[in-house]
Design a protein around this ligand. Structure first.
Ligand SMILES: Cc1cc2nc3c(=O)[nH]c(=O)nc-3n(C[C@H](O)[C@H](O)[C@H](O)COP(=O)(O)OP(=O)(O)OC[C@H]3O[C@@H](n4cnc5c(N)ncnc54)[C@H](O)[C@@H]3O)c2cc1C
Length: 426
């Protein structure tokens, strides 16, 4: 084991779990954790759920530290530069820190509203961090006449659900055909949409916000749609997905873009020529890596469990306690919205078939299995998590799809088309 200086950039879930894993593996060298935010690592999933709902205070989301860290913390200072030749990083403010091993865990941030002037209007929110959640929670507590959510991904859906929990009128606008279409496909996205509609969310699909207008004092008052219609609103949540925090890697020679920093199967970052740098690994939302379960396709995940697991894997690798095996954790995600808990295992991307393997969408409790080229690639449970482990095994072992009779409680499985946007073009 090497006992030199391990520097972790990104003081959140992947960085913290990485630092803990290094210590747990016996790393006794110097450990520095650098984070752009002023906060100690905290948990993000409650931000769009319990925090907005008011049952958990933003400050009560701090992650527990599971291992004595004996770390030097540099919080509130973003890293602006990486010099791989000199093995140093620069912090805003000018401090330079030398590393022997570096863990990149800088995560992601919300994709901003494209118009810079409109994005800064008061009343326009995004949701990624604790401070964002605190600001949005205060705005909701002021009981706006209507909240507008732009984007029907998981965050948009969870925010809309939280608004209805607070009995606030909310409109959700999505350019696609339904919510979660890119993740679950139209078939199951429509099931989620029906839930939100039944709870009073005003859903507008195939609809595009073109601009926000202000009241002359810099506060948003109105959204203008591409079809010319308008919606009066003083509270907007822009939920257009995430981009990875990789700008600080410019000039480092690493292969990166806003979709992540490329890694090899172990987790070492790759340079622009595809060569691994064995002093640096990446983990969590920022890492894009070849997943063995999906034929080595490069994926960048935004899953809590993955950030924790890959953070630990990458740190063990850096301190010389790697397993020698490629990182192969099966992707898993959950979301709760409007009383519904969705849990998924695997990745639905590229699915060419879908079966309802357990339960019935009409009852709201069911499990859907996605397949591609005759293999199970993902399972998604709706309020029926007890069924998930068996199907997770089928996904992990790439079992034949559709599953043979007896593996499910349905006498006959109907093969459905998932309905991913652009599916017809393939
Ligand atoms: C509102 C919300 C709800 C979510 N709900 C769920 C859920 O229900 N289920 C689920 O599975 N997942 C959920 N997720 C996803 C999950 O929280 C993320 O996958 C996880 O936080 C990723 O951890 P990370 O450490 O890789 O990145 P992050 O948590 O994004 O942390 C990266 C850290 O690096 C810091 N940083 C960035 N750039 C720099 C720099 N240049 N220098 C220093 N520090 C830097 C950032 O400020 C940040 O603190 C949710 C995410 C959000 C935002």
């Amino acid at each position: 084991m090497n006992q030199d200086h391990l520097v972790v950039v990104g003081a959140s879930l992947a960085g913290l779990r990485g630092a803990e894993a290094a210590r747990k593996a016996g790393f006794a060298g110097r450990l520095t954790i650098v984070g752009a935010e002023p906060h100690r690592p905290y948990d993000r999933p409650p931000l769009s759920k319990q925090v907005l709902g008011g049952s958990v205070a933003p400050g009560a989301t701090t992650l527990p530290i599971l291992e004595p860290l004996d770390a030097e913390w540099r919080l509130g200072s973003a890293v602006t530069n990486l010099d791989r030749i000199g093995r140093t990083i620069d912090l805003e403010g000018g401090e330079r820190i030398a590393y022997d091993r570096l863990l990149i865990a800088t995560g992601a941030r919300p994709r901003p509203w494209p118009d810079a002037a409109q994005r800064d209007l008061a009343g326009i929110h995004t949701l990624r961090g604790r401070d964002d959640a605190a600001a949005l929670r205060s705005a909701l507590a002021a009981r706006p006449e209507r909240v507008l959510v732009v984007g029907g991904g998981f965050i948009g859906c969870e925010v809309a659900a939280a608004c209805r929990d607070l009995d606030l009128p909310v409109t959700l606008v999505e350019t696609g055909p339904t919510v979660l279409a890119a993740i679950l496909g139209v078939h199951l996205g429509s099931v989620v949409a029906a839930l939100h509609e039944a709870r009073g969310v005003d859903l507008r699909f195939g609809s595009e916000v073109e601009a926000f207008e202000d009241d002359g004092t810099g506060h948003v008052v109105r959204a203008r749609f591409a079809d010319g219609r308008t919606l009066e609103t003083g509270c907007v949540v822009v939920a257009l997905g995430a981009i990875r925090n990789t700008e600080w890697l410019a000039g480092s020679g690493l292969a990166f873009d806003e979709g992540g920093v490329d890694c090899d199967a172990d987790g070492y970052v790759l340079d622009a020529e595809g060569r691994p740098d064995r002093a640096i690994a990446a983990a969590g939302d920022v890492a894009r890596f070849p997943h063995p379960l999906y034929d080595g396709r490069f994926v960048a995940l935004e899953h809590w469990g993955h950030a924790a697991a890959q953070g630990a894997h990458a740190a063990r690798l850096l301190v010389g306690r790697g397993t020698g095996e490629a990182y192969a954790e099966v992707p898993a995600f959950w979301s709760s919205q409007g009383g519904l808990t969705i849990k998924s295992v695997g990745l639905t991307e590229g699915a060419d078939g879908l079966v309802i393997a357990q339960g019935d969408p009409k009852t709201g409790r069911f499990l859907a299995l996605y397949g591609r080229a005759g293999r199970c690639i993902a399972a998604v449970s709706f309020d029926s998590v007890r069924w998930l482990p068996a199907y997770a095994e089928m996904v992990a072992s790439r079992a034949p799809f559709p599953p043979p009779g007896g593996a499910v409680d349905q006498s006959r499985l109907t093969m459905l088309t998932p309905g991913f946007p652009g599916e017809d073009d393939r």
